[in-house]
Ligand binder design. Sequence first.
Ligand SMILES: Cc1cc2nc3c(=O)[nH]c(=O)nc-3n(C[C@H](O)[C@H](O)[C@H](O)COP(=O)(O)OP(=O)(O)OC[C@H]3O[C@@H](n4cnc5c(N)ncnc54)[C@H](O)[C@@H]3O)c2cc1C
Length: 240
Amino acid sequence: MPTTATVMNKPYVLTETRKLTPTITAYTFKAQDGTSIDFTPGMFAMLTYKDSNINISRAFSIANAPPSDSLEFVIALVHGAFTSKLENAKVGDTYYISAPYGQFKFESSADEKILFFAGGTGIAPFLSMLRSIRAKKINMDCRMMYSVKYPDEIAENEELNQMEIDMNLKTFITVTRPKPEDNWKGDTGHVDAAMIQKDVPDFKDRVSYICGPPAFVKAVKDDLVSLGVPEKNIKAEMWG
Ligand SMILES: Cc1cc2nc3c(=O)[nH]c(=O)nc-3n(C[C@H](O)[C@H](O)[C@H](O)COP(=O)(O)OP(=O)(O)OC[C@H]3O[C@@H](n4cnc5c(N)ncnc54)[C@H](O)[C@@H]3O)c2cc1C
């Protein structure tokens, strides 16, 4: 089957679900006709659920590396209109996908130093970017600050640890709502200017990519600007 640049409302079959955290599940869909799709890491797809009563679409960042005949999504199950359908989804179910979309594209060259900021499921596009860098064996200098509410909400923790061995990546995780029994030894609280300066002192030499809920994206972007990072070196994707 050929690799195509875009798909419009094409049937995709759910081939795998993996529970990553208590609230986040990874869903993998494969094109019914086997078409591979090419996309730039960071882009998103529109997923549509249809039955005789409803037709509902939502945007989700693609989490796997291109090109692929499968698309993986890392989704927080928030019991909303779309995610409550996914909560009951079974392998073999058909959803409809249009893709790829968006301007949050990872187009940095190998000589650029990178700094990712992920808030919660905002990790999804960075998984695609990191998996793509790993697959292409590019020796890119990457740092990532990843904010989660609880330690058990870190998605793909094992893979991220393995990436630190396989690639030039260092991830700094901050837990915003640690409980004493978590015994969490890393950063705590929201990402702020002091945390950025402490964890990634050469942040001004890096191209920054930020993804997550609007409050997270705005706060991190404001911090970077207040620390003197030019806006042209900041790329952001806001959900919601
Ligand atoms: C470009 C882009 C990329 C995105 N990528 C991702 C991604 O990779 N992963 C991801 O998880 N999300 C992603 N999103 C968000 C996603 O598109 C949806 O907005 C999200 O999944 C919620 O959709 P929903 O239909 O389930 O909730 P909606 O019905 O639209 O409800 C919106 C919000 O209301 C609350 N809510 C609604 N109903 C209930 C209820 N019954 N109980 C409790 N709370 C409720 C939830 O907090 C929910 O978030 C992305 C959004 C954009 C714009």
